[in-house]
Design a binder for this molecule. Structure first.
Ligand code: ZN
Length: 130
């Protein structure tokens, strides 16, 4: 896997995802936020939805917001988790989200955490790695 350093714009994306989950955090219910930057430059954010039998990932919600607003190509995406301790952590999108991200744009940057540091790699690399 080839990781590269994040940019100021990526940091902004992390902050947006962190802000939306901090704002909506509910222990045991809402603990993941995601932000996606479309090729247009606009950022869309969302949190995951949870019920007894349905789990809709935050990345799906953020991308759904973007697609609903006419976006089709994505530059970068990040997911932030806040568990028991409200300390935001970058998490790897699940396999379903990886597939969805790749369906729209295989070159999308996915921000991940490597040795405690934010880095990024192409969405298609996550799939080949799996
Ligand atoms: Zn997911």
């Amino acid at each position: 896997m080839k990781y590269v350093d994040i940019t100021q714009k990526d940091q902004e994306l992390i902050e947006t995802a962190t802000a939306i989950i901090k704002k909506n955090f509910l222990r045991g219910k809402h603990h993941v936020g995601s932000a996606v930057r479309a090729k247009s430059g606009k950022i869309y954010a969302g949190i995951h939805l949870d019920s007894q039998n349905v789990d809709v990932c935050a990345e799906n919600v953020a991308m759904g917001m973007a697609v609903s607003n006419g976006e089709r190509k994505f530059d970068s995406i990040v997911a932030i988790q806040m568990r028991d301790v409200p300390r935001p952590t970058i998490i790897l999108p699940c396999k379903t989200c990886q597939e969805l991200i790749n369906f729209y744009e295989t070159e999308t940057w996915v921000i991940v955490e490597v040795d405690g540091q934010p880095k990024k790699c192409r969405a298609k690399e996550l799939l080949t790695f799996a």
